[in-house]
Ligand binder design. Structure first.
Ligand code: FAD
Length: 476
């Protein structure tokens, strides 16, 4: 019997003996990273799938998140390379940044991926139901005057940009990341409210494009959920690039000026700029969708689930940004796959949140997986060892002209508990770090593995050599 047949047999009829009258085996509300991944996998497993979407398949990540921001960051890198070309003896000059051209490039990337994704959804036989959906029964969603039912319902309605009291977003001078992505000019100056991932990425882009940038962050450091050493390194690098920032600074309000905004902070300081970007995090999009009315348990707007992503209502699951935890596309994908496989009767392994890699794609990048030193010490006290390998000793990083480090957090004579990286392009190294963490490798397991020379990847190898007590290009 093939996998398709096995999956069908497991999924229908419903496991509580209900007679199947549903339109679909799986009905998914929201076609972002979490929702479409679930739909694709469920269809692959032979289940019939309805996918409700009010906007475009692909959601935040594809249209106004990961992909367009990374395209801007790539354009920013090209601008920096042109600006600094003489450092490597190349005669090039940065004459300016044409935002129409940058946006055309960015939109081209998004539209190619969108085309590919819609083709994929179609080819798997998924029924896309266009329109605003609302949960109107235990596993039903109403779209306009049509009600569709699934044997199983997957909530995947995503998130929205939050703001603060006293900070009114108008889309003209006070922007969210959505507005910032369609800006048709490089602003002369910007205040970025929030020094987390999104705030630091936009600050990095605008600085590379020539803007004056100031970040205001309420917590004591930039990228505050990262290991403190990474925050310090990013702050040093940003300072060097002329990106201003004030940590431990709370914003009280914003007023319009003749040519921009004046941002008032606690204690009386005022920061003026042409634009204010509000990047204070994302809230779960669950209000007004009928969830609470249908008995779905919510906590501050997030959908409460168990580790198998089941909600408080039988046969209803939740995935993506509406589930408390890291709001990242690849977490949404994995949750979507997990739920599809679970519905199909397979036995997928619950997702370990701390094994999910995190990357801030600024210049320089910050990438991490596992526990920070502070978290490891809180759990394991003195049994924790750390090693920091400076990219100063890494040939490829020197060729690229980037500074940073690899920091490992480990149990003494035990597995690696966390890996933290700073430097240009280090986001590409997190895959190996993730395997090391996920497979609970010890330094001695990694030290004998050969890393190609000269790559930045070698820095990971060197850090593990040092952790194993036999550093090569580093002092013992
Ligand atoms: P979403 O992608 O938000 O999808 C939800 C979908 O549901 C949307 O398409 C929406 O239209 C639809 N929907 C909502 N309500 C209804 C309704 N009532 N009826 C019908 N349809 C509905 N993550 C990374 O991993 N890497 C990055 O580099 C990264 N960069 C980011 C940059 C920015 C600027 C932003 C804002 C986010 C970024 N993220 C990044 C986060 C990532 O985009 C999200 O974690 C991811 O999109 C969440 O997926 P989701 O499926 O939960 O929700």
């Amino acid at each position: 019997m093939g996998a398709r047949a096995v999956a069908r047999e497991a999924a229908t009829p419903a496991d509580d003996g209900r007679t199947s009258v549903a339109d679909f085996d799986v009905l998914v509300l929201g076609a972002g990273s979490g929702g479409y991944a679930c739909a694709l996998r469920a269809a692959q497993l032979g289940l019939s799938v309805g996918l409700v979407e009010r906007d475009r398949v692909g959601g935040t990540c594809l249209h106004v998140g990961c992909i367009p921001t990374k395209a801007l960051l790539h354009a920013a890198e090209v601008a920096d390379s042109a600006r600094e070309a003489d450092k490597v003896g190349v005669l090039a000059r940065l004459d300016g940044v044409d935002m129409a051209g940058v946006n055309a490039y960015k939109d081209g990337v998004v539209s190619r991926l969108f085309k590919g994704l819609t083709g994929l959804v179609r080819s798997r036989g998924i029924t896309v139901i266009e329109g605003e959906g609302r949960m109107t029964g235990p596993t039903s969603v109403t779209v306009g005057d049509r009600t569709v039912t699934g044997e199983h319902l997957v909530l995947a309605s995503g998130s929205y940009s939050r703001t603060l009291p006293g900070v009114e977003v108008d889309g003209e001078r006070v922007l969210t990341s959505e507005h910032a992505l369609s800006l048709d000019r490089v602003p002369a100056s910007v205040v970025v409210l929030g020094g987390g991932v999104i705030g630091c990425e936009f600050a990095s882009v605008w600085r590379s494009f020539g803007a004056e940038v100031t970040i205001l962050e309420a917590l004591p450091r930039l990228v505050p959920s990262e290991d403190e050493a990474c925050s310090k390194a990013l702050e040093r690098a940003f300072r060097k690039r002329g990106i201003g920032f004030h940590t431990g600074t709370r914003v009280e309000g914003v007023t319009a000026t003749d040519d921009g905004v004046a941002v008032t902070v606690e204690g009386g300081g005022v920061h003026e700029a042409e634009l204010l970007l509000v990047a204070v995090g994302r809230g779960p999009h669950t209000d007004g969708l009928g969830y609470a009315e249908q008995g779905i348990e919510l906590d501050r707007g997030f959908v409460v689930t168990d580790e198998r992503l089941r909600t408080s209502v039988p046969h209803v699951y939740a995935v993506g940004d509406i589930v408390p935890g890291l709001q990242l596309a690849h977490r949404g994908f994995q949750q979507g796959l997990f739920v599809a496989e679970q519905i199909a009767g397979l036995d997928p392994r619950p997702i370990d949140e701390s094994a999910i890699p995190r990357v801030t794609y600024s210049h320089p990048e910050v990438a991490s997986v596992g526990l920070t030193e502070e978290q490891a010490r809180a759990q394991h006290g003195d049994a924790v060892a750390t090693v920091t390998y400076d990219l100063g000793g890494n040939g490829k990083s020197q060729i690229l002209g980037t500074q940073g480090f690899v920091k490992l957090v480990s149990l003494v004579d035990g597995p690696v508990l966390g890996c933290h990286l700073v430097g240009d392009r280090v986001g590409e190294l997190i895959g190996e770090a993730q395997l090391i963490y996920g497979w609970e490798a010890h330094a001695d397991d990694v030290a004998p593995l050969v890393h190609a020379h000269p790559t930045q990847n070698e820095a990971l190898g060197e850090a593990h050599l040092a952790l194993a007590g036999k550093p090569l290009h580093a002092h013992s």
